[in-house]
Design a protein around this ligand. Structure first.
Ligand code: KIV
Ligand code: ZN
Length: 387
C-alpha cells in the first residue's frame, strides 16, 4: 500500500457518475470534447462511461479511448462477465486503460438488491477481478456501499480482490452517509491491514447527500487513500459526488494542512467548468465555491471598500489561479461610494467629490427600485455637466 507517497491521483467521473444524474445526459460529441478538456486539465484517470448501459455509451467510451491521450481511460462494469467483456472492448484502444468493476458489500444491498449471499459476493469478486485482469493490468475494484458494510466482511472482500489482481481498491460512501472522522478511520484501518500490498492504492468515492462529499474525500486522503474520485461541479447521482474543483482548491490553497501533490493544471478549471456549463442543462449554483458566478463577486459596501483597498481582505485566493473570471464588484443597494467611484472611473468618468456625491444619491435611489444595475444605468446617473 503506497500511503507514504504524497501523490494523489485524480479520477474524474463526470462522464460516468456525473452523466448518470438527471439533466446531465451528454451526446457522443459532447462526451468526447469534454474528455479532451479533462486531458488538458490533467486528471490522471477519466472514467469515460458504463459501456454495458447502452450502445451509445459504449461508442463514447470507445471513441474517448481511441482519441484522448494522457489520462488513463476507465470503463465501469458490474461484477458480471458480460459487463466486463464489454468494458474491455470499449477501452482496448486506449493508450492506457482500466477496468473498474464493482459489487455491493453491505448486507442491505446484497439481500435487497442483488439477492445473493455474502459467500456468493466474495466468489463473484474473485472471478470478476480475475476476468478483468485477463484484459488489462490495471483493474480497480469497488465495494459498493462500503461505508455501511460489516467491516470484517469488507476486509475479506478486499483481500480477495487484491489476491485476484486489483491494484486500486475503492471504498465508496455510496449514499453519502459517512462522517469525516469515520471515513478517515476506515482508510486508516484498511491501509494498515493491507500495508503489505505495495502496488495497491486505496480510493475515495463520496456522495454529497449530507453535504460532506468534499470533506469526506480529503479525510479519506488523510487516512491514507491516494486516489480521489470526483466530478466537475460535483455532478453525480442524487446530491452528486465530491466536486473536483473544490478538492483541488483545498489541496492548493491549504497545502499547509493537506501537503499532497497532483497533476492538475489548476488554471484549466475555469475552461472545464465553462465547457460543462455549455453541455449539461444547469449551471452551478451562483454561490458554488470556485466556479459559481458569485464565487469571486463582492456586493456589500464594506466588502467592496476592503477589496478595493486590498483584495486579501475578502479573498483568500485569486480567481486567476483557477482560470475563472476576475473578481467583480457588483453594484447594488448594498454598495458604497467607493465602489461606485471605482466603477465610474472604469467607465471613463473622473468626477470630483460633489459630482460623486450627487451620483451616489441618485444611485442609491435607483438601487432601491431596481435589482440589477447595469453600466448603462450608471452612465445615465452621471450629472449632465460631466457627461
Ligand atoms: O457510488 C458508488 O458506489 C459508485 C460505484 C459504482 C463506484 O458509483
Ligand atoms: Zn457513485
Amino acid at each position: 500500500m503506497s500511503t507514504t507517497s504524497d501523490r494523489v491521483f485524480f479520477f474524474d467521473t463526470t462522464l460516468r457518475d456525473g452523466e448518470q444524474s438527471p439533466g446531465c445526459t451528454m451526446h457522443h460529441e459532447e462526451k468526447l470534447r469534454f474528455a479532451h478538456q479533462l486531458g488538458a486539465l490533467g486528471v490522471d484517470i477519466i472514467e469515460a462511461g458504463f459501456p454495458i448501459a447502452s450502445d451509445g455509451d459504449f461508442a463514447s467510451v470507445q471513441a474517448i479511448a481511441r482519441e484522448v491521450r494522457g489520462p488513463r481511460i476507465a470503463a465501469l462494469a458490474r461484477c458480471k462477465t458480460g459487463d466486463i467483456e464489454r468494458a474491455a472492448r470499449a477501452v482496448e484502444g486506449a493508450g492506457s486503460n482500466r477496468i473498474h468493476t464493482f459489487i455491493a458489500s453491505s448486507d442491505l444491498h446484497l439481500e435487497a438488491k442483488l439477492r445473493i449471499t455474502r459467500q456468493q459476493a466474495l466468489d463473484q469478486t474473485g472471478e470478476c477481478v480475475r476476468l478483468a485482469k485477463t484484459y488489462t493490468e490495471d483493474v480497480e475494484f469497488s465495494a459498493e456501499d462500503a461505508t455501511r458494510s460489516d467491516r470484517e466482511f469488507l476486509v475479506q472482500m478486499v483481500e480477495i480482490a487484491i489476491a485476484a489482481g486489483a491494484t486500486t481498491i475503492n471504498l465508496p460512501d455510496t449514499v453519502g452517509y459517512s462522517t469525516p472522522a469515520e471515513y478517515r478511520a476506515m482508510f486508516e484501518s484498511m491501509c494498515a491491514r493491507f500495508s503489505g500490498a505495495k502496488d495497491v492504492i486505496f480510493s475515495t468515492h463520496c456522495h454529497d447527500d449530507l453535504g460532506l462529499a468534499v470533506i469526506n474525500t480529503v479525510s479519506g486522503v488523510e487516512g491514507g487513500a491516494r486516489q480521489v474520485e470526483v466530478s466537475m461541479h460535483g455532478i453525480g447521482e442524487r446530491a452528486g459526488n465530491a466536486a473536483l474543483e473544490e478538492v483541488a482548491a483545498l489541496f492548493k490553497i491549504r497545502h499547509d494542512q493537506y501537503p499532497f501533490s497532483n497533476n492538475l493544471k489548476m488554471d484549466e478549471i475555469g475552461a472545464t467548468s465553462k465547457m460543462l456549463d455549455g453541455i449539461i442543462s444547469f449551471a452551478p449554483s451562483p454561490n458554488k465555491a470556485i466556479v459559481g458566478k458569485n464565487a469571486f463577486a463582492h456586493a456589500s459596501g464594506i466588502h467592496q471598500h476592503g477589496m478595493l483597498a486590498n483584495p486579501l481582505t475578502y479573498e483568500i485566493m485569486k480567481p486567476a489561479i483557477f482560470g475563472v473570471d476576475a473578481n467583480t464588484i457588483v453594484l447594488g443597494k448594498h454598495s458604497g461610494r467607493r465602489a461606485l467611484e471605482h466603477r465610474l472611473k472604469e467607465l471613463g468618468f473622473d468626477l470630483n467629490k460633489d459630482e460623486v456625491e450627487q451620483t451616489y444619491t441618485r444611485f442609491t435611489a435607483l438601487a432601491d427600485r431596481k435589482k440589477n444595475i447595469y453600466d448603462q444605468d450608471i452612465v445615465a446617473l452621471v450629472p449632465q455637466s460631466v457627461s
